[in-house]
Design a protein. Structure first.
Length: 268
């Protein structure tokens, strides 16, 4: 009897170990394919790195006074490294559909057939919102924020002020903001998926709107330069996206899904 129980226990352990190893192999496969897509995107964008950096630099050039439109580099390697970083950032946006698809394929085996049908909207809208958030930052947030900041720096007439902004410093500020906006703009896509599978609904989002407003301003303060205008330009879209997410959860939510245990599904 004990031998039979021991054998059954060993069989269960082997099955659990095999299941864990299969998940690890699947994760490795998806990571490798996502990395390959990213490398291909980076290599393509490297040929246009100088043009892409010039496009990224335009808001700063527009914000600087006419006789002070220049950036600097501190060592001979800096321009090459900046162009390499530009290529990586652009490659990330180019490869985002493939990366999102690999993420979806990894989680898809644990979903129901109805939920798996959301792969196309997930990849499509996820890519569009990610790129859209970055473009919103480039064309709205950066010009407005830099104009305000540079205005403070050059507004004095009592002494001469010179800027010594390096290529790498500006790239760091601009890309941090663009990536932050790209990630924040993914909120409706995440809510669409979670409401589609029945994990949340519009009533849950409405119930927690106060905490989300506070969180939006905290995120804006952390991810943006220390000026109120830029912080508001991140917190504002976050709150608008939250309102959009409530509408998405109402329209596309799985209304037949039962609320989590211990949570009352009713408005305050």
């Amino acid at each position: 009897m004990f031998d039979r129980l021991r054998a059954e226990n060993e069989t269960l352990n082997d099955e659990a170990r095999m299941g864990f190893l299969e998940h690890l192999n699947e994760l490795r496969t998806r990571l490798i394919r996502a990395a390959v897509a990213l490398v291909v995107g980076v290599l393509i964008c490297f040929f246009f790195a100088e043009t892409l950096y010039a496009w990224l630099l335009m808001p700063l050039m527009d914000a600087l006074p006419e006789n002070k439109k220049s950036v600097y580099f501190l060592n001979p390697v800096e321009p090459f490294l900046v162009y390499l970083k530009v290529s990586f950032l652009a490659g990330l946006f180019v490869a985002s559909p493939a990366v999102l698809y690999q993420i979806w394929k990894f989680v898809a085996p644990g979903l129901y057939p109805r939920e798996k049908k959301a792969v196309l909207p997930f990849v499509l809208f996820g890519s569009l919102f990610f790129v859209g958030g970055a473009l919103f930052c480039r064309y709205v947030v950066l010009p407005t924020g830099l104009e305000a900041l540079m205005g403070v720096g050059f507004q004095t007439e009592l002494f001469d002020v010179q800027s010594q902004i390096t290529m790498d410093e500006y790239f760091g500020v601009a890309t941090k903001l663009m990536l932050a906006f790209g990630v924040v703009f993914e909120l409706p896509v995440v809510v669409l998926f979670l409401s589609w599978v029945g994990m949340i609904n519009h009533k849950t989002l409405l119930r927690h709107w106060r905490g989300f407003v506070v969180g939006a301003f905290v995120v804006g303060a952390i991810l943006t330069p220390p000026d109120v205008m830029t912080q508001l330009m991140l917190a504002g879209p976050i709150m608008l996206l939250y309102l959009l997410s409530i509408g998405i959860a109402y329209l596309f939510g799985n209304r037949n899904a039962a609320p989590p245990e211990g949570v009352e599904d009713e408005d305050d």
